[in-house]
Design a protein around this ligand. Structure first.
Ligand code: ZN
Length: 242
């Protein structure tokens, strides 16, 4: 299944918006995780429902699919965020060494960064000197690496939130297939899933500032395709008497 975008996603060019951008990124990762849960579980339960009317089998398949999906999301997110954090820590350690070994070079580097942002050489130098006097390490981490050394993403937190997001999304198709009468199961699930995907597609496009119409179309077509394919497989299995 699709990996959610790594949740830390810092916006290095928006140092003043760190808190807000960070929350938006978490929210976006949550919506994408929920989307994954909706699509993969919908595909699974529609496929099983096309093959059998046995509610116990459907329930078992649904729960197993949700557990496997949530764990897979959590592991994937843990690995990806851990790797990212390792490389961020290595960069920060390198910066710390450079500040210790070559402070003059580092001061010049920092003032060049501020000059490149549009300050005059004099002002840039003064900003660099004052920041260096205040907290050289944090100043370099932010200006050069776009990292806030005290706010690196926690891989456990990322893993847990993606598993929760996936599970919340996955509950929708599970309930949609289990609650209605047997003959209405598949149409109700199709309708509920496509409506939910239109909503999550619209929300995530809104959060990312992109076109809602296209995002909704992509995610709805993707979800419909997943359900159509597994429905076809379930029908074949049913016809073949598997
Ligand atoms: Zn530096």
């Amino acid at each position: 299944m699709a990996r959610t975008t790594s949740a830390s996603g810092a916006h290095p060019h928006e140092p003043h918006g760190d808190g807000f951008a960070g929350k938006l990124n978490w929210l976006r990762a949550g919506v994408l995780g929920a989307n994954d849960g909706i699509v993969s579980t919908a595909g699974l339960v529609v496929g099983v429902a096309a093959a059998t009317t046995d509610t116990a089998a459907l329930f078992t398949a649904g729960i197993a699919g949700i557990s496997a999906g949530a764990i897979s999301m959590a592991v994937g997110e843990y690995v990806s965020v851990s790797t990212q954090r390792d490389s961020e820590r290595a960069l920060l350690a390198k910066e710390r060494r450079e500040l210790r070994d070559e402070p003059d070079y580092e001061l010049a580097e920092l003032s060049e960064i501020y000059q490149a942002k549009g300050l005059t050489p004099e002002t840039a130098r003064k900003v660099a000197e004052e920041l260096t006097a205040h907290d050289a390490f944090t100043a370099h981490a932010e200006a050069e690496l776009g990292l806030n050394p005290t706010e690196l993403t926690n891989p456990w937190q990322a893993a847990l939130s993606s598993a929760v997001a996936f599970t919340l999304g996955a509950l929708l198709p599970l309930l949609a297939i289990l609650l209605p009468p047997v003959t209405a199961r598949i149409p109700v699930t199709f309708a509920a899933v496509l409506a939910a995907l239109a909503l999550t597609g619209s929300v995530s496009a809104g959060l990312g500032g992109s076109s809602r119409g296209r995002a909704v179309l992509r995610v709805v077509v993707g979800g419909a395709l997943a359900m159509a394919v597994t429905y076809g497989i379930g029908q074949l299995a049913d016809v073949a008497g598997i």
